[in-house]
Ligand binder design. Structure first.
Ligand SMILES: Nc1nc2c(c(=O)[nH]1)N[C@H]1C(S)=C(S)[C@@H](COP(=O)(O)OP(=O)(O)OC[C@H]3O[C@@H](n4cnc5c(=O)[nH]c(N)nc54)[C@H](O)[C@@H]3O)O[C@H]1N2
Ligand SMILES: Nc1nc2c(c(=O)[nH]1)N[C@H]1C(S)=C(S)[C@@H](COP(=O)(O)OP(=O)(O)OC[C@H]3O[C@@H](n4cnc5c(=O)[nH]c(N)nc54)[C@H](O)[C@@H]3O)O[C@H]1N2
Ligand SMILES: [Mo]
Length: 767
């Protein structure tokens, strides 16, 4: 087959089945699905051997999400989706060089992402030479010198892009940023630019720390937990054990989400045999079906009702002592609250006044409140405002720096937070760069680098020509698929350090490299013996992770060793770092970390504590390192819900059978979807009004500042979703997300606020 490789996954054939969503999450089906994936991909013995070490002291950290491990670990401290993540990595299948000889890039690109993932682990370094459409084997030294030559040919180090995905360990991340800064640039975009960057930017401004302030133990003491824009049943299933325990002891859980995600309704613990047959534990006491991007308004309504109550019963709602001692901007904020009318609030949120008052009465009755959120808040143009508005809500009652209370941005990738702590950030503060320079005797570049969106633009405009990805799937994870594809194609070289084949290996620069690496489940042996690595979870706990499986291929290298190889080949005698010594025993990397990274002093020693150690967080101690020296109230206008007739607002979300761009299977059983992914969830009345019937195929067109983008053939699925709102899955719908639609301040793609219109697909366009 010829033609150029396709950036988008193929259209789907028939076979999609739509059922009634279940009424309860997890339980026996979760156990069965976990076993099916684990045993199916690894065989029974390997499955048992692997899963027993998952999230255990001395074992490895789950390569799935960043939810922390409890102090008292169950023997099987994993969830269905954790088991899938492990099975995906520890699979028995392999992609050998012969496979690439048999299949051209174009041919592979016409297969689905699910199919690509099923091929198994990458085993050999591979190169795509200029003019060829097949990868062929290359030696590690050959690969390193090709990369080094291309990097050293650049007119400026700023013409190279060094991406990171959040699974990379602290040690590899630290070495990687060290190499990149010695090379001479801060171009270190990472997946968090598309993820919780908005949380970091928002919290940094108002609390002085860009991370969450709660620990797992705080959930044992919370009276209320507000969960906004998050679907933990799929994306953080271990969080449900925590929520279940909280619900059982009477804590009230409020879910604010356009969808009533089933796991937030009822949950059956898959590891409690006695619970498996019951009807499950009710989780959320209250669900507010907010309109997409209606959260600033929803919180405004909740706080307005709290203010009314405070005025009726002064001192019973607000924590005046906290407000006086620790906050700034309160008067202006309250004036704004008073000036906002209920009709404006209900119009912008899509909620009734009564719904918001019920949420307010839960807040008023709670002495300790935690607010959790994920991508439903961070991927909008006004994402930073969303999060600062949630912070306003907590500040009113003094819910920061009190046991059982605080902000909890629930992170995505298992080490995305750690990577940033280690310096994977395009604008690290000077204090970090000073120490890095001191430790390694060089002057790190000071000019800020490109984040993800700016990196895509730079490649598109010819300002960057070499791309190196430390993990991830840059092409499919980023917005505006066709634009990003063009950006990558314009590079001289695109190279990826990866465990599995994905679409980013198929949409390449003029030359390309695949550098296959060890995964977390595998033994990492270096000159100094077997090594462990470290990671930081969503609640700032740092701990060790060590794999126990034989590597998938003898040719694999660890991410640390690959960074050292690239660094030696590129920098040669220019480097002031003894790369060989650092990778011989990772303890030496950690020694350097302890001298460079604030909060990591005595890193190696403190790791010895059971469960690891917690990084300091000033806001948790009510020290607010902000511009006013206090926690700051901020005033945010409510984004209007303004759509032209026939238009809808679409969010791109995850199904139950995927980890970002890795597609484990074709079902989303909690939403009743089986054997297909090209679906669009729509409100029944909107369907009627648009003249579309359930099950019909529609083409989706997105509209942004006069530009249009189209994605073909999605099946219309009637669903319980607010009027004029729609949902599709990422990454199929990324082609619709405009590169210029980004959040203010964080530059995060607004992939949950896509303005669209629908048209019935033409029958001639069938796949
Ligand atoms: N199994 C599995 N686990 C994962 C991942 C995975 O893909 N699979 N991905 C990992 C990563 S990197 C991340 S960042 C996290 C993502 O975890 P989530 O953020 O839970 O993932 P999404 O599917 O993007 O879900 C967003 C939720 O926000 C809601 N939402 C969308 N728009 C709005 C809005 O405007 N307002 C409100 N209030 N809600 C809204 C959606 O209905 C949905 O419930 O999960 C991590 N864990
Ligand atoms: N429209 C839309 N777009 C989104 C989102 C959305 O909600 N909607 N979510 C965004 C979010 S929150 C995120 S975090 C990004 C995710 O963006 P990325 O992190 O770039 O994408 P992943 O799909 O997690 O990357 C998967 C690939 O990582 C590689 N890999 C897996 N394990 C390892 C390992 O141990 N080492 C190495 N070196 N490689 C490994 C495999 O080759 C695999 O194919 O996507 C973003 N994109
Ligand atoms: Mo993420």
């Amino acid at each position: 087959m010829n033609g150029s490789p396709s950036a988008e996954p193929p259209l789907e054939g028939e076979g999609l089945r739509i059922k009634q969503p279940p009424k309860v999450a997890a339980g026996i089906p979760a156990v069965l699905h976990a076993m099916q994936h684990a045993v199916g991909k690894m065989g029974p013995l390997r499955a048992a051997h692997t899963l027993i070490a998952l999230n255990q002291t001395g074992g490895f950290d789950c390569p799935g999400c960043a939810w922390p491990d409890p102090e008292h670990r169950a023997t099987a401290e994993f969830c269905e989706n954790g088991a899938k993540a492990v099975a995906e990595e520890a699979t028995n299948k392999r992609i050998l060089p012969e496979f690439f000889a048999q299949h051209s890039l174009a041919e592979l690109s016409r297969e689905s992402d699910h199919w690509l993932g099923q091929l198994g682990r990458l085993t050999h370094p591979m190169v795509l030479l200029e003019g060829s459409d097949h990868y062929e084997p290359i030696s590690w030294d050959g690969a390193f010198s090709l990369l080094a030559d291309e990097l050293n040919r650049l007119a400026s180090p700023d013409e190279a892009i060094f991406y990171t995905s959040g699974r990379t360990s602290n040690e590899a991340a630290f070495l990687y940023q060290l190499f990149v800064r010695q090379f001479g640039t801060n171009n270190l975009p990472d997946c968090s630019n598309m993820c919780h960057e908005s949380s970091g930017a928002a919290l940094g401004e108002v609390l002085g720390v860009g991370k969450g302030t709660v620990s797992l133990e705080d959930f044992d003491h919370a009276d209320a937990i507000f969960i906004l824009g998050q679907n933990p049943g799929t994306n953080h299933p271990r969080m449900l054990s925590t929520l279940e325990a909280a619900a059982r002891r009477g804590a009230r859980i409020v879910s604010i989400n356009p969808l009533e995600e089933v796991a937030l309704v009822r949950f059956r613990h898959p590891q409690h045999p006695l619970d498996l047959l019951g009807s499950g534990t009710p989780i959320a006491t209250l669900h507010l079906p907010v309109r997409i991007n209606g959260d600033v308004a929803a919180m405004q309504g909740i706080m307005k009702a709290m203010l009314d109550e405070e005025e009726r019963r002064p001192g019973h709602v607000f924590d005046h002592e906290f407000l006086r001692e620790h906050t700034s901007g309160l008067d202006e904020f309250l004036a704004h609250l008073r000036a906002t009318s209920w009709p404006a609030i209900t119009a912008a949120s899509g909620l009734t006044q009564e719904e918001m008052e019920r949420a307010a009465s839960i807040a008023v009755a709670s002495r300790r409140i935690i607010a959790c959120w994920a991508m439903g808040l961070t991927q909008h143009e006004n994402a930073v405002a969303n999060i600062q508005q949630v912070t306003n809500f907590l500040l009113l009652g003094g819910h920061i720096g009190r046991p059982g209370a605080g902000v909890c941005p629930v992170r995505g990738h298992s080490n995305v937070q750690g990577d940033c702590t280690m310096g994977i950030f395009e604008k690290m503060p000077d204090s970090f760069l000073d120490k890095l320079g001191e430790e390694f005797h060089f002057s790190p570049p000071r000019q800020h680098g490109y984040d993800t969106v700016n990196a895509i633009r730079a490649m598109h405009e010819g300002r960057a020509e070499v791309f190196l990805g430390m993990g991830g799937n840059f092409l499919s994870a980023t917005p505006d698929t066709q634009y990003t594809a063009e950006a990558l194609r314009r590079c001289r070289l695109t190279a990826h350090v990866s465990t599995k084949l994905n679409r980013s290996h198929l949409i390449t620069g003029r030359q390309a490299l695949i550098l296959p690496c060890l995964g977390r489940t595998e033994i990492d042996r270096q000159a100094g013996g077997p090594q462990f690595v470290t990671v930081e979870d969503s609640m700032s706990m740092v701990h060790a992770s060590q794999g126990n499986l034989a590597p998938a291929s003898e040719h694999l290298r660890s991410e640390c060793a690959i960074v050292a190889g690239v660094a030696r080949a590129t920098l040669g005698t220019r480097s002031t770092v003894d790369w060989e010594a650092l990778i011989a025993g990772y303890g030496r990397i950690r020694d350097a970390i302890s001298r460079v990274v604030d909060g990591c002093e005595n890193y190696n020693t403190r790791l010895g504590a059971p469960g690891g150690f917690r990084l300091p967080n000033a806001a948790r101690e009510r020290r607010f390192l902000t511009s006013t020296g206090k926690a700051r109230f901020t005033v945010h206008p409510m984004p209007p819900f303004a759509l032209a007739p026939g238009q809808l607002l679409m969010m791109t979300i995850r199904s139950h059978d995927q980890f970002n761009t890795t597609i484990y299977g074709l079902d989303d059983r909690y939403r009743g979807i089986h054997n297909g992914r090209r679906v669009i969830f729509l409100n029944t009345e909107d369907l009627q009004q648009l003249g579309i019937e359930a099950g019909q195929l529609v083409d989706i067109t997105s509209h942004f500042r006069g530009e249009q983008r189209t994605a073909r053939q999605f099946t219309a699925v009637p669903y319980k979703i607010p009027r004029r709102c729609a949902a599709t899955y990422f990454p199929e719908a990324n082609v619709l997300v405009p590169i210029s639609a980004v959040a203010e301040k964080s530059n995060t793609p607004a992939s949950k606020s896509v303005v669209i219109s629908l048209a019935l697909s033409k029958p001639s366009a069938t796949a």
